[in-house]
Ligand binder design. Structure first.
Ligand SMILES: C[S@@+](CC[C@H](N)C(=O)[O-])C[C@H]1O[C@@H](n2cnc3c(N)ncnc32)[C@H](O)[C@@H]1O
Length: 749
């Protein structure tokens, strides 16, 4: 692709780059004309579309080779490697429905053995199901399913599985062995007390989604946007939606399901017609690609000698998922499957545009409208995708079992939760209604994803008619106004008109502010970048602060009294000096920002060194002491709520944790939270993440304040994720359970 791009004449490239909207039809047509008559382009399309040459065709020889490798790994007990080999073999194995026992059946059965060895018993049962769906008379697969079902306590299924295996087994000795195993399982079954069902969290999402009346309103500043016709309490679910079209991002192609975007399990399911996508289940495979071309084998020949119950059991086991799956919607992968697999070679936005087009074409079939697409509409579509698509993110999962161990032993939280929560970008999607929500750097709603479904919740009480806006990325508290404005202009090509950017705001000044040169003065000193963007807003500030209330002739709605109150202690109430870079807003003293910045940069370099040491898990006392003295310098140079101080405190908390000194770790963690509470707000999700770290340290130290921290973080997460809190942050259960255990211990002592 890059090579092809470099072959487009420079003049043509320049004329397209410099095109105004009116010129685009002409310049784009020139590019289309050029490519249509350009032989290397034609050849590339031919190569990509040729199933023989293309990357994604099935290949029986390659599948057999990978299978052999898998068998060898299995024999030398290298199960992890065997798992990879069988999965690779399944990706390229063709579905030979004519053969008595096709390769796919054997591969799923072999992989089931590996999964059994690895203790992944549910996954083992799934692979047996897949094997039986292609060859229902395969005794070995029924037998393995029975053994795995017995191990996870599904005794009734296990007995049925072995019963079928016994019928299919040809040798008398084999039948006897199965019979004796059935007897053992049956005895185990009788001695087992049925366990209580975990009924928690079965709430129906649709029940939660009240009949919110959202309406689309248009303003000159932001175009269309969404509001509610009634007041909305905090944490209300206001919108859910499945994407019109979606694409998995390239870095996640081997790790996440290509349909639902959840992390892939050990029993990955490849596409039956090509070798590219991987799914977490058959259901996702079918949703993505539609029902595939092969038919299920008939069960007729094995059903003859069986009881009616067992007959029904076989039918249920071998036909379950496929027949139940709703395939009404338009499958995204189907038109890309076989021949060339475009997502492997083209940029995500182009593939997404292709999926939008296919869906539109299919939807119009049957309607009388004709569908005509010119080069210019494709260009518009692609640029609209840039503006309107949403990036689907996932919270990187924490290993719960590891967590449980840590709680069990109450060991220090070195590698656990004192590190920051990480989000992974997994997909890009078009949501038809979701893309009508505008951006705010101080949002009042929060968007998140469960598999590919978008959910939107209020994070504060929202009065009817107030715009509902989530953040497209930057937020007040994270960056100052000029950085946010620049980011949004670069990434989304609009100048932000949100409340966080238009109004006076404490964080916009504090985040990168300097300390006054007088050590005891609480005033803020601003640099020229901040002054330039804030000067207009600050013009009214001294008068507002001096009267402690907003003067009637000023536009009241533009001033948030909470923000003014936060600023009041740090600025001079009387307008006696100008707002200039380097001058304290409280006492007017001058600070030489050039030399202060140079000194602060050195301190930040030493903090970065500490960060590197944390990453390599090798924190020496020299690095730690250096960082501590740098923190002192940052505190005397920067304003008390400057973000660099919060970051230094956070790094020190992690470093002390790593070296096993939990008390100072906890103090630094608290200091970081104190700053972030001012920059964001005390109930912001960022504070929730910090409280996870703090509470885990408090638990390790046996500090009773852990209970309050855990309650607080639970409140914050519930406000952002409502009934999905535990689905998104499963470890919160462990924290709450541990809090409960500590409080019981307190009662005992
Ligand atoms: C995903 S669309 C939102 C819906 C859009 N307003 C419409 O009329 O279709 C994003 C576009 O909305 C506008 N927009 C969204 N948030 C904005 C904001 N805070 N300030 C100014 N324009 C905004 C920008 O034009 C941006 O490119």
């Amino acid at each position: 692709m890059e090579k092809l791009k470099s072959l487009v004449p420079e003049t043509l490239r320049r004329s397209i780059a410099a095109s105004a909207a009116d010129d685009l039809p002409r310049t784009c047509s020139s590019l289309a004309d050029f490519l249509l008559h350009f032989e290397p382009f034609q050849q590339m399309v031919r190569d990509l579309a040729d199933p023989e040459v293309a990357l994604c065709g099935k290949n029986k020889e390659a599948a057999l080779e990978a299978k052999q490798k898998g068998n060898k790994c299995f024999l030398r007990s290298d199960y992890a490697e065997a798992l990879d080999c069988y999965t690779q073999a399944l990706r390229v194995a063709p579905m030979d429905v004519d053969e008595d026992r096709n390769l796919v059946t054997t591969l799923y059965t072999n992989r089931a053995s590996v999964l059994q060895k690895l203790g992944l018993l549910r996954e083992c049962v799934q692979d047996c199901n897949r094997a039986l769906q292609t060859s229902s008379n395969y005794a070995k697969a029924w037998y393995r399913r029975g053994k795995a079902n017995a191990s996870i306590g599904n005794y009734e299924d296990a007995i049925c599985d072995l019963d079928v295996a016994k019928v299919l087994e040809l040798s008398i000795s084999g039948k006897r062995q199965i019979e004796s195993e059935m007897k053992i399982i049956s005895d185990q079954h009788k001695s087992t007390i049925p366990s209580e069902q975990d009924n928690e969290n079965n709430s129906n999402i649709l029940d939660e989604l009240r009949q919110m009346e959202l309406q689309c309103v248009t303003t000159p500043e932001k175009g269309r946007g969404m509001t509610s016709t009634s007041d909305l309490p905090q944490a209300s679910l206001v919108h859910t939606e499945d994407p019109f079209a979606m694409i998995i991002l390239k870095p996640c192609r081997e790790t996440h399901c290509h349909y639902c975007l959840n992390e892939l399990p050990a029993d990955k399911v490849p596409c039956t017609s090509c070798s590219i996508p991987l799914y977490c289940s058959q259901k996702c495979r079918i949703q993505a690609g539609g029902k595939m071309c092969w038919d299920y084998p008939s069960n007729q020949n094995i059903l003859e000698n069986l009881s009616a119950n067992l007959e029904k059991y076989i039918v249920d086991t071998t036909l379950n998922v496929e027949s139940e799956t709703d395939t009404e919607h338009i499958p995204e992968h189907k038109h890309e499957c076989k021949g060339v697999h475009w997502p492997a070679v083209l940029p995500s936005e182009i593939v997404l545009a292709g999926r939008v087009l296919v869906k539109s074409v299919i939807k119009r079939r049957g309607s009388t409208d004709t569908f005509h697409l010119s080069e210019i509409s494709i260009v518009i579509l692609i640029s609209q995708i840039r503006v309107n698509s949403m990036t689907i993110v996932r919270m990187k999962s924490i290993d719960h079992h590891g967590l449980e161990d840590q709680f069990g032993k109450l060991t220090p939280w070195g590698e656990g939760l004192t590190s920051n929560m990480e989000q992974v970008k997994v997909g890009q999607a078009i949501y038809i209604s979701g893309s009508l929500f505008n951006h705010s750097c101080q949002p009042n709603i929060h968007a998140y994803f469960l598999s590919r479904t978008l959910f939107i919740r209020t994070t504060e009480f929202v009065t009817s008619g107030v715009p509902l806006e989530f953040s497209y990325g930057p937020q007040v508290g994270q960056w100052d106004c000029k950085d946010r404005v620049k980011f949004l202009e670069d990434e989304y090509s609009f100048r932000c008109q949100c409340r966080g950017c238009l109004n006076v705001n404490f964080s916009n000044l504090a985040l990168n502010g300097f300390h006054c040169v007088k050590p005891n003065c609480p005033g803020i000193v601003l640099d020229s970048g901040v002054v330039n963007i804030e000067r207009e807003k600050l013009k009214y500030l001294p008068r507002i602060v001096s009267t402690s209330s907003v003067e009637p002739h000023l536009q009241v709605e533009e001033f948030n009294t909470d923000e003014i109150n936060k600023l009041a202690p740090h600025v001079q109430p009387n307008n006696v000096f100008d707002i200039n870079p380097g001058f304290c807003l409280k006492c007017g003293s001058y600070r030489d920002l050039e030399s202060s910045s140079a000194a602060a940069d050195k301190a930040r370099t030493r903090i970065r060194r500490l960060r590197d040491a944390i990453v390599s898990q090798d924190v020496s006392s020299t690095v730690l002491l250096d960082a501590l003295s740098s923190l002192g310098l940052l505190r005397s140079t920067f304003f008390a709520y400057n973000r660099s101080i919060a970051e230094a405190e956070d790094n020190l908390a992690q470093a002390f944790c790593l070296v096993g000194e939990l008390q100072p770790a906890m103090e630094h963690c608290k200091a970081s939270i104190e700053i972030l509470e001012k920059l964001y707000n005390p109930n912001h999700i960022v504070i929730g993440y910090e409280l996870v770290k703090l509470s885990s340290l408090q638990l390790s130290l046996g500090d009773r304040a852990a209970a309050d921290s855990i309650n607080r973080l639970y409140q914050i997460f519930s406000c952002y994720y409502g009934s999905h809190t535990y689905v998104i942050f499963p470890y919160l259960r462990f924290l709450r359970r541990e809090k409960h255990i500590s409080s019981l211990e307190d009662q005992l002592t």
